[in-house]
Design a protein around this ligand. Structure first.
Ligand code: GLC
Length: 818
């Protein structure tokens, strides 16, 4: 069997070659092009033709209001201002094609080598074959150079680097829509979540193309070779990158980095950033399909306490409901949900229950009756309610395109959250309709074809659910986890990568998958740790925890019927090892939490490929590496993701690194071999960074963000100065937006054997922060300069195990007593 993503192809499109003559006789050929240059080298191209695309179906439009950070205002209409400082220029004409050129000499990242003229082409399209249509489908085609690497594309279960394939943007329920063998062992496309955003890497210059359109779409990167190889035939077609959709207004954003960091920040600001989550959402989450009752939650809470294993979220899957009916409780399992929520919270945990969009089609069930009476469900072509077949049997689907439906759903969600839940998990929102074809599901009271809103179904559901949350808990930050989504979904929810398998292949694939998702606007994401389908064997469980313990979202979840996957369900040794890494996550929570603050402020990614922070070069290539990653700018992980590997190669980028498993400083800019050790994982801390952490033993999720250790990653001969901004707030409310935050700006330098930390209190709305410097060196002196005065600290030896070896650190404090 050949597995090829079925796609439309430019070969079947009519390209606008002679539309000037045709447009007079044929209104369908009368295209107008609108090009809007925005500040910071973001260009918006929209092709209009009211006969072909009479309506705009985008429910979450991207917004330019934040994208141009230097302007700070919506300068959409003021296209001139951004252009004066532009580093690139776009020349585009429907007939003459497309050229995006970079002004030589403006790119610090340095692929532009000569001159000062506008000349280096970033992307171009040949005259006459740039824009094509086929009915309401449309396509943009660009030349594909061999020196391009491609990334992004949202969630895709295909190799990390995306070249040589065609991709479809159409949310699916993976297990229901692809052959299961392919899901377990191979690649598949499409996936649960669709973001038609392509990142093109040319050396160290990065550009992004976003199709701002929610119709079923496609992006193809010279897929002909792959097809030719699979079918063993010859295909003669010029290499091309094509971006298109089956309908809706053709709308393309061209975004220039030049660095990947700049590109990601611009893109994230354009599509919306993720609001700062409550800090508990960054903790460890325990889930299993089967958890359903008060007793289950009690038992989990007890086990975590008993094992001194820190955790935050305890999850309830579909069986907590009465017959899988959304917004109900099975009273046998949860006789009093309010009491359960209160008692479990009292013990220090949050309950996260699941909510599916499918409403059981059952007489007398109020959610169904009300929705039916008010015409809030999607219709079929025959004009009656569209029914799918999901967990409760025949189910109908709220039509989230209607404002009334969203309001109605938000009302139920409000009552649900008022029971004491501070988060929810929205699933099956692809939408999954089981064995019944979803394309018969129409929107807007049966007026609008399915394709127009399929991909945005989950995002609208997330928005309506968040509205309910805000009504229930106006002062609390919401937490929502969603399976599906579309461009902009990160404004409302975190996303997990859906139903994976307990195999090493899935573990390895999860890294590149989560990185590309992060670069595509979904910073808060992660896979089911341990794997969802199948039995997770003991070494895999350990390796998955080690690989994922610093992922933005960290949840152990598994399928009904699979072997128990709680950390204590294996041997004592496994419990000890996994607990160590989960505790390490809790130690590093202030670092992770501050990365989320950065994300909310600037759009910076948390999970990053090596080439996000480091330059790629021919001598020392760092592209395509999908088994290593950075967490923020300071931590590098190179986990073991292959069962048989006893040693692995680590590509260590330039600079010096503190190896957390051995306690040595290592020079980067080279590859090295590391051996597998049961208790440790290769974790490297970058030279010149200050890392906030929670000191002391982390046996539960309690965190005092005001008493903070700062690990100073500075070798004794460190030159220069490093700077870090540590921020703390209450972790749950919106007070931080109204002054309830404390911020310390810390700079550090080493001078003649002395470590000098200069601390400035920038904000103190959350109270005074106590800072405790930690070092691996015994400096002759550690000095804190604050408010014009200087204090000398005393070293206290402390034995620390980060990962692997016990090592000696120094904790620096005033006076000689701890
Ligand atoms: C879907 C979800 C999975 C969940 C199951 C039962 O398969 O992706 O996480 O456990 O449904 O609700």
């Amino acid at each position: 069997m050949y597995l090829l993503t079925k796609q439309f192809h430019p070969i079947n499109f009519a390209f606008v070659q002679s539309h000037a003559e045709k447009r007079i006789s044929d209104p369908e050929a009368a295209f107008d092009i609108a090009i809007t240059p925005y500040p910071e080298d973001i260009y918006h191209i929209e092709i209009r033709n009211p006969n072909r695309w009479p309506r705009d179906y985008r429910i979450t439009r991207v917004s330019m209001s934040e994208a141009g950070s230097d302007s700070g205002s919506d300068s959409g209409s003021d296209s001139g201002s951004g252009q004066e400082r532009a580093a690139t220029r776009i020349e585009v004409d429907l007939e003459a094609g497309f050229r995006w050129v970079e002004k030589a000499g403006t790119n610090k990242a340095g692929t532009n080598k000569t001159g000062t003229n506008w000349e280096e082409p970033l992307l171009s399209a040949a005259p006459g074959s740039w824009f094509g249509t086929s009915g309401s489908a449309w396509i943009f085609c660009f030349g594909h150079d061999p020196d391009m690497e491609c990334y992004g594309l949202g969630e895709k279960h295909t190799p990390f680097e995306r070249s040589g394939r065609a991709y479809r943007f159409w949310n699916v329920d993976v297990w229901a829509d692809h052959p299961i063998d392919q899901v377990v062992k191979g690649d598949y496309d499409p996936d649960y979540l669709s973001i038609p955003y392509l990142i093109i890497k040319k050396g160290n210059t990065y550009i992004g193309l976003l199709s701002d359109n929610l119709f079923p779409g496609m992006i193809a990167i010279s897929p002909e070779n792959q097809v030719a190889q699979q079918l063993k035939i010859e295909i003669d077609y010029p290499p091309a990158i094509s971006v298109g959709a089956e309908g809706g207004v053709p709308s393309l954003y061209c975004i220039y980095g030049p660095s990947l960091h700049e590109l990601t920040c611009k893109f994230q600001r354009l599509v919306g950033k993720t609001p700062l989550p409550p800090i508990w959402a960054l903790g460890y989450h325990q889930s299993r399909w089967g958890y359903r009752s008060h007793e289950d939650l009690e038992a989990l809470a007890r086990s975590f306490a008993e094992h001194e294993f820190p955790a935050d979220g305890l999850w309830l899957d579909i069986d907590y409901m009465d017959n899988f009916k959304v917004f109900t409780f099975n009273r046998k399992h949860l006789p009093n949900p309010e009491r359960t929520a209160a008692e479990i919270e009292e013990k220090g945990f949050r309950i996260v229950p699941i909510l599916d969009p499918g409403v059981k089609q059952e007489k007398g069930y109020p959610v169904y009756e009300e929705g039916k009476e008010n015409g809030l469900f999607c219709r079929n072509r025959a004009g009656s309610e569209f029914a799918g077949m999901v967990w409760p049997g025949f189910t109908v689907f709220p039509d989230f395109t209607l404002a009334e439906t969203r309001k109605w759903w938000a009302g139920y969600a409000k009552a649900f959250f008022e029971k004491g839940f501070e988060g929810a998990w929205i699933d099956m929102n692809d939408p999954s309709t089981g064995p019944i074809d979803c394309t018969d599901m129409l929107f807007e009271r049966g007026e609008t074809e399915h394709a127009a809103f399929h991909n945005s179904y989950a995002t609208s559901m997330a928005k309506a659910t968040i509205d309910g949350f805000k009504a229930a808990h106006p002062d609390k930050r919401p937490f929502l986890l969603s399976r599906s989504g579309s461009t902009g979904a990160q404004r409302y929810a975190a996303h997990w990568t859906g139903d994976n398998f307990s195999t090493y292949g899935h573990l390895r694939r999860s890294i590149g998958k989560s990185i590309n998702l992060a670069l595509s606007g979904i910073p808060f994401n992660g896979p089911d740790i341990g794997g969802f389908g199948g039995d997770c064997i003991e070494p895999l469980f350990i390796d998955w925890v080690k690989a994922g313990f610093l992922f933005p979202f960290f949840r152990n979840h598994t399928m009904r019927g699979s072997r128990p996957q709680e950390p204590w369900a294996y041997s004592e040794k496994t419990l000890k090892i996994t607990r160590h890494f989960v505790r390490l996550r809790y130690h590093l929570l202030p670092y992770l939490y501050n990365l989320f603050m950065d994300q909310e402020e600037t759009g910076a990614a948390l999970l990053r490929p090596l080439f996000y922070d480091f330059q790629d070069s021919d001598e020392f290539p760092i592209g395509k590496i999908d088994d290593q990653f950075m967490v923020g700018p300071a931590l590098l992980q190179a986990p073991f993701v292959d069962e048989k590997e006893r040693t692995r190669e680590v590509t260590l980028p330039a600079g010096r690194w503190f190896r957390a498993d051995t306690g040595e400083w290592i020079s980067g800019g080279r590859k090295m071999k590391v051996s597998r050790k049961a208790e440790s994982t290769p974790l490297f801390i970058r030279e010149g960074y200050l890392i906030p952490f929670l000191p002391g033993k982390r046996t539960d999720n309690r965190a005092d963000l005001k008493r903070i250790g700062i690990f100073c990653s500075l070798p004794k001969d460190f030159e220069g100065e490093c700077r870090y901004r540590y921020r703390a707030d209450d972790g749950v409310s919106f007070d931080y937006r109204k002054g309830g935050r404390s911020t310390l700006e810390i700079t550090a330098r080493v001078e003649k054997g002395r470590l000098i930390l200069k601390v400035s209190e920038m904000e103190k709305g959350f109270g005074r922060i106590e800072l405790i410097p930690y070092t691996v060196h015994r400096y002759s002196e550690v000095v804190i300069q604050q408010d014009g005065s200087e204090g000398k600290l005393q070293p206290m030896k402390e034995v620390v195990r980060m990962t692997g070896k016990l090592m000696r650190w120094y904790r620096w404090q005033f006076g000689s007593h701890p």
